[in-house]
Design a protein around this ligand. Structure first.
Ligand code: HEC
Length: 148
């Protein structure tokens, strides 16, 4: 009898773990391959990039000397499996490195739309939302994932 109770407890713990894993998988339903920004937004981002980022990361986004590039396999590899919200937060809180926090979340989100465009990610009809909850559901992957 006691043994049954223990087994039952183990089973319900496993079920709870299982369902929270499922919930998490459902939280992140999109990736940067799914047309998550608009072209108009990327154009705004380009303007903001030119005034705030270009002097260090270069007009080509290739970086210079010790400054990392913001496009290509190295950049995406640095962010692989993280979310767009994490990238926005990182830029918002540490960049421009000589004046961190100077840009609003909305402006940084536009800049990220521009970065996605320059990393050959497809544009869509809707804008990337500056809402962290929304952007937190978009995964960064170098390779397009199979639809779930
Ligand atoms: C004064 C120079 C300077 C400016 C201006 C600047 N950055 Fe940076 N950035 C750096 C340096 C140096 C690093 C590397 C150190 C670090 O990661 O904090 C870096 C790192 C980064 C990274 C991390 C790259 C990676 O592979 O993870 C991102 C993203 C980034 N910058 C975005 C931006 C954006 C977007 C802007 C404009 C809003 C900007 N930076 C403006 C100097 C600068």
């Amino acid at each position: 009898m006691k043994m049954h109770w223990v087994l039952g407890a183990v089973f319900s713990a496993a079920t709870m773990l299982g369902s929270s894993t499922t919930l998490y998988a459902q939280d992140v339903t999109r990736s940067i391959w799914d047309g998550v920004y608009s072209s108009a937004q990327a154009d705004r981002g380009k303007t903001a990039y030119s005034s705030n980022c270009e002097k260090c990361h270069a007009g080509s986004l290739d970086g210079m000397d010790e400054i990392p590039g913001l496009k290509g396999p190295h950049f995406i590899a640095d962010w692989e499996t993280q979310t767009v919200a994490e990238l926005v937060t990182r830029i918002r809180s540490t960049m421009p490195i000589d004046n961190p926090g100077a840009l609003s979340t909305a402006t940084v989100t536009d800049v990220v739309a521009y970065l996605l465009q320059q990393n050959q990610m497809p544009a869509g009809s809707a804008e990337l939302s500056p809402d962290a909850g929304m952007a937190g559901q978009i995964r960064i992957n170098a390779v397009k994932q199979a639809a779930k």
